[in-house]
Design a protein around this ligand. Structure first.
Ligand code: D5M
Ligand code: FE
Ligand code: ZN
Length: 677
């Protein structure tokens, strides 16, 4: 199979036969695969058709917009029909370069002469011995007009400008013209892999709509195969030599304090050897909630106000005149005229809890999400209802202990939702950001910051993925998940070596959809694992940087808060983030928007109070301090998608928050959005 077609196919790009004819002879001489793919990407397509091919050649100065050589050629091909063997002329689309042939030939209508355009093409190309040989072969073929030309024909055979102008005036018809392209198109046989085994590539393709060659799904190219070109492969930034990177000499001090993958989960067993699968499933959920309850009970009991806690199952044995406290999982919540009615459960029983409208904690009731764990204090009535006076959320303590200061300033960059592969990915802005990290700064202040950046945290949705939302395909610039990770890795390879990157998955990534997400599937995201200064983390994860805990979460839990708590919006994501912190859980609600895996242990509980919480997902930069904890949403590198337009999500792309690790607070936000549409 011809190189151009093969290289494009291996990058999941398709080429139509006319485009192939136009481009193939320039390939590797006047343009590279990378250039062509880049050009196609700017046009948001992965089908190289005739028009795109011409525009591309024009952009390269190989074809001027006014002189469109294609209009001469149909005539040539029409006339050719009479004199060429049927295998060439009568079976359009299926005829190709015979096996082993290296050059395209066009039977010319203008005996021995060709157009100025074709002449130009020949001029551009250096003559190779192969081409001369083939040109000779072709000249020997029987042809009505006696001569045939090859695009690689020797320069002395070129036609003068005047002749070409005469031809131009003839305005040949396009009718039947499509057949000419067949001379340059690879044969279907070749696409079926018959013709190209010696290269070790076996590809199948069929002609889809509009005669476009489509590779057959079943013969997917194996992932391991080296692509001829991967996106951003040739984007290389070198660190600014005159720049002093203080961070290089600052000792690296990080520890992954919590990663889902480090937790050994014990799968539950059925009670006896005859146990059924269903029993095990029920058992898993039981264990999951037991674990959640246990972890949050510990947290709630740290609050000195939460005292006198008793099991729900023992409520009926207590003195009805005394106040009691219960801790339980909220099965349901209902607002009535008089107040809220909750159904609360622990391992010993279920009880209804009433919290009246006039109660001082009434407002807090809105913050209670389904399946979260809270405490109530009140009186248990004989009717089996707990009349609550107080409601306690797990929350975090009012004050935080100060951490010892650091010897010198060191910074971390927080980003998320890069969405590489989306047509809306702000690649220019991201490239500027990478250049910036390499010391291409604009001010003294920036210089101080960049020189001390030692860590970068990426909180998920690193690529756009495939089939994530309806209509996504139309907004994909890289329609293949392997290529997306490769492209991302090509970009991240430009992060200076002294910066350690922590990269976790989000809902667009190749990872388990349900939370927690242990990691990127290695099969897909191998290029990320191969980055030498990257540490792959789970979602969620806790990274300790110089003694400060950074809780890193993609942040789908925000969606549940927004849908259950009135007044909370994804436009101000730090508020729902605070709600999650108050519930000490990154995604409390089962059966809501966010799928949660029923692992035997609940790994989504925020067990320790972090110094900083980073989330992404909602694509809006927002931050706030809550009880000494710095919460920040690190926005995105993706401009507004069509889907987001429909649901009124207005992202704030390409803003980079820089965190001072010592204080775990924001140092500054660097704005790259002027390079993002
Ligand atoms: O999420 C980007 C934004 O889009 C974020 O605000 C959530 C929102 N989003 C994502 N999926 C949906 C659905 N299905 N309905 C409503 N809103 C949604 P990202 O994860 O980057 O796609
Ligand atoms: Fe996202
Ligand atoms: Zn997301």
């Amino acid at each position: 199979m011809d190189e151009l077609v093969k290289d494009l196919l291996s990058n999941r790009y398709l080429i139509t036969p006319p485009a192939y004819f136009i481009l193939s002879e320039y390939y590797k001489k006047n343009f590279t695969l990378a250039e062509l793919i880049k050009f196609a990407r700017t046009k948001n397509t992965f089908v190289i058709d005739e028009r795109l091919a011409k525009e591309f050649l024009e952009s390269k100065g190989l074809l001027s917009p006014l002189e469109n050589f294609a209009k001469y050629i149909p005539k040539a091909s029409v006339e050719t029909k009479a004199g060429t063997p049927p295998s060439v002329a009568e079976v359009p689309m299926e005829v190709g370069i015979p096996k082993g042939s290296k050059e395209i030939s066009i039977e010319s209508a203008v005996g021995g002469e060709k157009t100025a355009e074709l002449g130009k093409m020949a001029e551009i190309q250096p003559q190779t011995s192969d081409q001369t040989e083939i040109a000779h072969e072709i000249q020997e073929l029987p042809s009505e007009k006696g001569t045939s030309i090859s695009t690689g024909e020797p320069v002395e055979n070129m036609v003068s400008e005047t002749i070409s102008e005469e031809i131009a005036e003839e305005e040949p018809t396009i009718e039947g013209g499509e057949s000419f392209i067949s001379t340059g198109a690879p044969s279907l046989e070749e696409y079926n892999g018959v013709g190209d085994e010696e290269n070790g590539v076996k590809m199948k393709a069929v002609y889809g709509d509009y005669g476009v060659l489509v590779p057959l799904e079943e013969e997917e190219i194996p992932a391991e195969e080296k692509r001829a070109y991967s996106i951003y492969e040739d984007f290389k930034v070198e660190p600014n030599e005159s720049f002093e990177f203080v961070a290089k000499r600052i000792k690296s001090e990080y520890e992954i304090k919590f990663d889902v993958r480090n937790v050994k989960l014990k799968p539950p067993k059925a009670k006896n050897a005859n146990g059924k699968e269903g029993e095990i499933v029920v058992k898993v959920y039981e264990n999951y909630f037991k674990s959640r309850l246990k972890k949050l009970r510990r947290i709630l009991r740290e609050n000195p106000e939460v005292s006198g806690v008793i099991d729900i199952g023992k409520l009926s044995y207590i003195n009805p005149d005394g106040e009691v406290t219960i801790i339980g999982l909220v099965n349901s919540k209902r607002e009535t005229k008089k107040g809220f009615i909750f159904e609360v459960e622990d391992m010993t029983g279920i009880v209804k809890v009433f919290l009246g409208r006039d109660n001082e904690d009434y407002k807090k009731a809105f913050e209670v999400l389904p399946d979260s764990v809270v405490a109530f204090r009140g009186y248990y009535s004989k009717r089996g209802i707990l009349f609550a006076n107080k409601l306690y959320l797990p929350d975090v303590p009012l004050y935080k202990r100060e951490k010892p200061s650091l010897e010198e300033k060191v910074y971390a960059v927080l980003i998320s939702d890069i969405h590489v592969g989306s047509t809306k990915f702000c690649e220019k802005a991201f490239m500027k950001f990478l250049e910036w990290l390499n010391g291409n700064v604009e001010s003294r202040e920036e210089e101080e910051i960049v020189s001390r950046i030692k860590y970068m945290i990426i909180a998920g949705d690193v690529v756009d993925g495939i089939g994530i939302y309806p209509g996504q395909y139309n907004e994909l610039a890289i329609p293949d998940i392997f290529d997306q990770y490769e492209a991302l890795a090509n970009l991240l390879a430009n992060v200076p070596d002294h910066i350690t990157m922590f990269i976790g998955p989000g809902n667009h990534d190749a990872a388990r959809t349900a939370l927690p997400q242990p990691e990127f599937y290695r099969e897909y995201a191998k290029p990320l694992y191969d980055l030498k200064n990257a540490v792959i983390i789970s979602n969620p994860a806790v990274i300790n940087l110089h003694g400060r805990d950074f809780l890193v979460v993609h942040g789908r839990g925000i969606e549940d808060v927004v849908s259950y708590i009135p007044g909370k919006s994804h436009l101000h994501p730090v508020e729902p983030m605070i709600e999650l912190l108050k519930l000490r859980h990154v995604a409390p609600t089962f059966g809501g928007k966010v799928p949660i895996a029923p692992d035997p242990e609940d790994l989504l509980v925020i067990e320790e109070v972090p110094d900083l919480v980073q989330m992404g997902h909602v694509h809006v930069l927002d931050y706030q301090i809550y009880r000494g904890v710095f919460l920040i949403n690190s926005a995105t590198w993706q401009a507004q998608t069509e889907f987001q337009k429909m649901v009124n999500i207005v992202p704030t792309p390409a803003r980079v928050p820089i965190i001072d690790i010592e204080t775990a607070r924001l140092k500054t936000v660097v704005d790259f959005s002027r390079w993002c549409e």
